[in-house]
Design a protein around this ligand. Structure first.
Ligand code: ACO
Length: 447
């Protein structure tokens, strides 16, 4: 059994009750509720007692106006285009830090000291290999399998190899949390590379302990027999940046899914496996794949993007990589990735026509009233695929790379809910719109 190395810091920053209250008038009754505020000043009406008091529930399909939890991990101001992980602006982290350090920050709440950093790195490094029994599980998948399906299945299966860490006994799972976190961050990359090799019909490549995180991933992806992967163009750095920029992003669809699953008491492995499935969809992490497919189609059609913009405005297509539930301004990650793409492509000496189309689409959209009025700006997925494409990563693997990057955020959110002391299961209500009570009809009387 692995020994715990660092103890997760429990950062508890509870919201404050303000003097203000909010009243809801229903028929001749008034219900008054506290207004609460977070550390960055965002306000909410605490309606937790509403149903008990009044029999009414709130209706907010898609949860656009609903705060589902307190969290001290990530802050986003969508109007201003601000993203901070544990208080640190994403621009500063991107400039001065690396993926593993940011993963530590997100999970443990503080930047690591030199000693904590080397301990964490060592723990991640020593956990790269996958139990060889798992190779047989890969063999069970047809070669046409989507790597997101494989990744989700394998993360859940991984828990079966570490039953002490995936017991669904909260106290026990928390006791092993530090090891489980490092192990998952390490092995997700090995599993992802194996999913790719499986799809390509190539033999698995074993990890190398002397390589850093992103370099080891590229080694396991691209090493050919007798020909090690060599990075001549700073691709390792670009992939590390890609992962860092995706490390956490507040209560998005996949993170909310992780928290939803965790709220039932499910273990970390099962919870993050569910996160992978939520991320897969084209409106979420799957958008990075869709952006490249869209750019390829525009290129094939001989369009410079102008015709496509018109069809998006007419509702016939969607400008993938544009728009966001929270950002009503430029996604700061898109800005950083957009700048990096230029550097990577010029280092590689690649002139990618898709980048020209992307730049044209961006300019056209930013100057078009349809997009301006709806506050639709590029999100992280708009340019991220260009980096992955430059690194030779196939389009089907793009969302898998997103999942590797997002894992620290899922882990931190799992830990936050597991240690919150709030054991309430996530169980929303609904407005039922089906038939009223009716009585069973025997088959011969139906039709
Ligand atoms: N292209 C064209 N029109 C758009 C787009 C787009 N990409 N995004 C939103 N709109 C329009 C909608 O049609 C709608 O118009 P209407 O008011 O005339 O009906 C309006 O803008 C509001 O859009 P909603 O879909 O209601 O916004 P919502 O917050 O529900 O959706 C989402 C956000 C899913 C990200 C959406 O903007 C979208 O589909 N974008 C493309 C997919 C994408 O890039 N997803 C990645 C998001 S980032 C991430 O998950 C990592």
């Amino acid at each position: 059994m692995l020994k715990p190395h660092v103890k997760a810091v429990q950062l508890k920053a509870s919201f404050k009750h303000m003097e203000k209250t909010a009243s809801i008038h229903i028929e001749d009754k008034v219900y008054t509720y506290p207004v609460i505020t977070g550390t960055e000043g965002e306000h909410a009406i605490d309606v937790r007692r509403l149903r008990k008091d009044s029999g009414f529930i709130t209706f907010d399909e898609g949860f656009a106006n609903t705060g589902s939890c307190e969290s001290a991990i990530t802050f986003i101001d969508g109007e201003k285009g601000i993203l901070r992980n544990r208080g640190y602006p994403i621009e500063e982290l991107a400039k001065h830090s690396g993926f593993l350090e940011v993963a530590y920050l997100i999970i443990y709440g503080e930047l690591p000291t030199r000693e904590q950093s080397s301990e964490f790195r060592a723990k991640v490094t020593e956990n790269t290999a996958i139990h060889t029994n798992m190779h047989a599980l890969f063999d069970g998948f047809p070669s046409s399998s989507n790597p997101m399906a494989i990744l989700s299945s394998m993360l859940n299966a991984l828990g079966c190899y570490y039953p002490e860490m995936a017991s669904n006994n909260r106290e026990q799972d928390l006791e092993h949390f530090d090891n489980a976190a490092a192990l998952l961050i390490s092995k997700v990359r090995t599993l992802a590379a194996m999913a790719y090799r499986k799809e390509m019909g190539l033999p698995f490549v074993y990890p190398k302990h002397d390589l850093r995180y992103a370099a080891n991933f590229l080694h396991m992806m691209f090493t050919e027999p007798y020909k090690p992967f060599e990075d001549h163009a700073g691709l390792t750095e670009a992939i590390d940046l890609f992962l860092l920029l995706h490390a956490d992003h507040e209560q998005n669809c996949s993170t909310s899914t992780v928290r939803m699953v965790a709220s039932s008491g499910a273990n970390l492995f099962a919870s993050v496996a569910a996160g992978v499935c939520a991320l897969w969809g084209p409106l979420h992490g799957g958008a990075n794949t869709q952006v490249i497919r869209m750019l390829e189609a525009i290129h094939r059609d001989g369009d410079d993007g102008s015709r496509f913009i018109e069809s998006a405005k007419a509702g016939k297509s969607r400008l993938m990589g544009f728009g966001h539930r929270v950002y009503k301004n430029y996604d700061p990650r898109a800005k950083i990735i957009g700048e990096t793409v230029e550097k990577v492509l010029s280092k590689l000496g690649v002139d990618d026509p898709l980048l020209d189309i992307a730049r044209h689409l961006e300019q056209a959209a930013l100057n078009d009233p349809y997009f301006v009025e709806r506050k639709l700006y590029p999100n992280v997925d708009f340019y991220s695929g260009m980096i992955l494409r430059a690194a030779g990563i196939p389009v089907e693997m793009f969302t898998v790379l997103f999942a590797i990057g997002r894992l620290p955020g899922w882990i931190a959110n799992w830990h936050e809910i597991a240690t919150s002391g709030n054991t309430k299961i996530h169980r929303p209500r609904q407005i039922y719109t089906g038939p009223n009570e009716r009585h069973f009809v025997p088959i011969e009387e139906r039709g």
